[in-house]
Design a protein around this ligand. Structure first.
Ligand code: NAP
Length: 741
């Protein structure tokens, strides 16, 4: 966000008082940013109305008159009129005025400015608000039109930074979200996201309306037709202008689309249902993904900032039976192995979080048809170990380190090249830990500086199995190498220095692929195949942990957590709580798809402080924030050592938890590799989760025994990792909700 407008400015001139120009003028006039807002329009009636409706202070007929002593000149005329207005302006002395525009295409405006001024004036900042309505004209001017809409500015290399900052601040004043983009990129993006859809809507309606039976078609037109063609009601003249102005970019995207349409025609013609299902499932998910992004944006905007606050009321007890969301590690692997299997794999209990969805998208991009997820059900139409197809572009893996590290192993052995990219945070994570051993197996992998993403993996290499002694315990590195081992000549053996999650080994066996595990070494050899199976993803023990602690500390509680994964590499939290005296019983123990699961019955108990055995630390590493809450409610002292890794998780979990606990009045002392907590009564207060979802949920649990309400700041990330947390919390008896303001 730009800073506020620096000082009171003298004069704003808006040329073209239609919907966009009028809204810009009216909004800034109401904010009192300029001493005077002046309008220019060629239509006298528009000029009269503009003053009458309070859009501007006054109007001038002459552009030259109006622009004298202007601080800012906004051009909001139709896009094909820009050149004429710019030509006129180039003849006047504009002093130090900043020039900007709102045209829907940017390349043509910049070309026109260069042609008329001789070169692009440094104080000209091209812009484009992504807002509008089906109305036009000054009567439609609306001071709120740009609130919570994007505005794209396309400065050039020699654009004056002060001019840019000023235009930025004016749009921010109107409540818009300003972004900067390169001119060509803007035109490409808009051609795809706005211009092409309008072209399709216009042509579909026209094509159907021309036909002799058109009355029939329109009489039976259902919601789908109405929704799809709504934008065909837009201003024909404006759109005619836009297609002429953004010709090249529109033609490029239109050709791409025509190719896709031909492929779909071919699929219909040849009865290729697989192709149709592939396109439709990918499209549906992409659409859902966009809706979620848009919805979250709107929600966060509604709060006016990013600080989503939870308010947790003191007291309460837990009861009922609940199932927390599916295990993330297992969800990822179910898609990967299901895609490489022969036959159709049904997955239930899939975690519909961003990370696992990124894995689904990557395999869809490589030609695998995947239906869902819907209510945790996913159907994967496997293509076999050698059936993946080259993706159309880089595989974008969002924030998911698991996806990137595991995929690099199996992509190293494909016949095609791939590039793996991620968001800003994933792009900082170290990938050499997988790239190095894969290279030793014969893979060709290029990384960014210091081994960071993006990774470019060259296809067509022959991998050879090896014996690898991992320098650090990492389930991701182990899994990556085992997946590469499915393709490598001979045997691939991985030895780990300490036990890590063994979901890959178990699931490979579930798909009928032999894996040999002896002590700390896991081995696979190539030459076998994966056969489709049914996977029921167990509930995630890391999510269950909040309820294990909650029911343990809240008097009078009894709760059953259904179908929780109790893989021995993950059950440290149960062992530690039992050592503290918790009453947890494992009922209905069974094995599903190679993974042990059980229903966990938890009753409240008097907890006591303990020295946490160091060998349990790696088996409970994600659960410590909520275990600290258990310690705060235990009698006596709890000491944790050997957990320095907690300092480099989503937050410094030792420090952030210690700060929060102290704010509530808990006696505790962080140490370099752990914490010392003395249990006892504590009050309410204000705590900060620093965007760390597990900290936010842990303090929600702490409220059960607090003396007053706990306000927890910065809780937005809970929605991505555990979207049903608030619902399950209130269903079971934890009184936490988003603070209403
Ligand atoms: P509009 O409602 O039709 O307004 C354009 C105004 O400019 C009209 O009052 C028009 O007068 C006047 N005008 C035309 N030529 C002129 C000239 N040579 N000198 C002075 N005034 C002149 O159009 P709009 O929707 O506001 O669009 C304006 C600009 O915003 C366009 O460049 C468009 O690409 C861009 N834009 C539009 C939208 C949208 O959804 N509407 C969204 C983003 C950006 P007459 O009525 O006499 O022609």
């Amino acid at each position: 966000m730009a800073d506020a407008v620096p000082v009171k400015l003298r004069r704003l001139v808006v040329v073209g008082l239609g919907l966009i120009g009028g809204s810009f003028a009216k909004g800034l006039r109401e904010k009192g940013v300029f001493e005077e807002v002046l309008g220019v329009d060629r239509d006298p009636e528009t000029r009269r109305l503009a003053v009458e409706l309070g859009v501007v202070d006054r109007c001038e007929e002459s552009l030259e008159q109006a622009c004298r002593e202007a601080d800012v000149i906004q051009l909001a005329v139709p896009i094909l009129a820009m050149e004429k207005v710019l030509a006129e302006l180039s003849r006047y002395d504009l002093g130090n005025a900043v020039l900007t525009d709102v045209g829907s295409a940017k390349g043509n405006v910049v070309r026109a400015a260069r042609a008329t001024f001789g070169s692009m004036p440094p104080r000209f900042v091209p812009g484009h608000p992504i807002a509008g309505s089906e109305q036009s004209g000054v009567e439609a001017a609306n001071a709120e039109l740009f609130r919570r809409h994007k505005v794209i500015l396309t400065p050039l290399a020699d654009t004056d930074p002060q001019a840019l900052a000023l235009v930025d601040s004016l749009w921010c004043e109107l409540g818009a979200d300003v972004e900067h983009m390169d001119v060509d990129h803007h035109d490409e993006v808009l051609a795809a996201t706005s211009h092409l859809p309008h072209l399709l809507a216009f042509t579909l309606v026209d094509s159907l309306a021309k036909r002799s039976e058109n009355l029939e078609i329109f009489r039976y037109a259902a919601g789908g037709f109405r929704d799809f063609t709504r934008i065909a009601g837009s201003d024909p003249v404006m759109w005619h202008d836009i297609f002429l102005a953004n010709r090249e970019a529109v033609l490029r995207i239109l050709d791409v689309f025509r190719g896709d349409l031909d492929a779909l025609r071919e699929a219909v013609d040849s009865g290729d249902g697989h192709q149709l299902l592939g396109v439709f499932t990918r499209a549906r998910v992409a659409r859902e993904h966009f809706s979620k992004i848009l919805a979250r944006r709107a929600y966060v905007d509604a709060m006016h900032n990013n600080d989503l606050i939870y308010l947790a009321q003191p007291g309460g007890s837990l009861s009922g039976r609940v199932r927390v969301p599916g295990d993330k590690s297992i969800s990822h692997r179910s898609i990967m192995l299901g895609s490489l299997a022969e036959g159709t794999t049904e997955v239930e209990g899939f975690l519909e979080g961003e990370d696992a969805l990124a894995t689904i998208q990557a395999f869809r991009d490589m030609g695998v048809v995947i239906e869902g997820p819907q209510h945790g059900r996913v159907t994967v139409h496997g293509v076999g170990l050698h059936g993946l197809k080259p993706p159309p572009g880089p595989l974008y893996l969002g924030n998911s380190g698991t996806s990137m590290r595991l995929l690099s192993g199996l992509l190293a052995a494909q016949s095609f090249d791939t590039t793996l990219t991620g968001d800003a945070s994933l792009s900082k994570r170290p990938m050499n830990r997988v790239a190095k051993p894969l290279r030793e197996m014969g893979a060709v992998i290029e990384t960014g500086p210091e081994g960071r993403p993006p990774l470019t993996i060259r296809g067509g290499q022959r991998l050879t199995g090896m014996n690898y002694e991992m320098p650090m315990a990492s389930a991701q590195v182990k899994s990556c190498l085992l997946l590469a081992g499915l393709y490598a000549a001979g045997e691939t053996a991985v030895t780990e220095p300490a036990p890590t999650r063994d979901h890959t080994e178990r699931m490979l066996r579930g798909f009928g692929y032999p894996v040999d595990v002896q002590g700390s070494t896991a081995r696979v050899e190539s030459g076998h195949k994966l056969s489709a199976t049914h996977i029921e993803v167990p509930a995630d023990i890391s999510s269950a942990a909040f309820f294990l602690v909650a029911a343990s500390i809240a008097e009078g509680s009894e709760i059953v957590l259904e179908h929780v994964g109790i893989n021995p590499t993950r059950t440290g939290v149960i062992d530690i709580l039992k050592l503290m005296g918790a009453d947890i019983t494992l009922e209905n123990q069974r094995e599903v798809g190679g993974e042990p699961v059980a229903d966990l019955c938890v009753r409240s108990a008097k907890l006591k402080g303990i020295d946490i055995p160091e060998d349990l630390v790696p088996l409970a590493i994600d659960e410590f924030p909520v275990l600290f809450v258990a310690a705060a409610n235990a009698e006596g002292r709890t000491v944790l050592r050997g957990a320095e890794e907690l300092r480099v998780k989503e937050s410094d979990r030792i420090q952030v938890m210690a700060d929060g606990l102290k704010a509530l009045g808990v006696k505790c002392e962080p140490t370099p590799d752990g914490i010392i907590i003395d249990g006892g009564a504590y009050g309410g207060g204000e705590v900060w989760s620093h965007g760390d979802h597990r900290i936010a949920m842990s303090f929600s649990v702490a409220s059960l025994r607090a003396g007053g309400p706990i306000r927890i700041h910065d809780c937005a990330n809970v929605a991505t990792s555990f979207p049903t947390f608030l619902g399950l919390a209130s269903q079971t008896g934890i009184r936490v909700a988003v603070e209403s303001n």
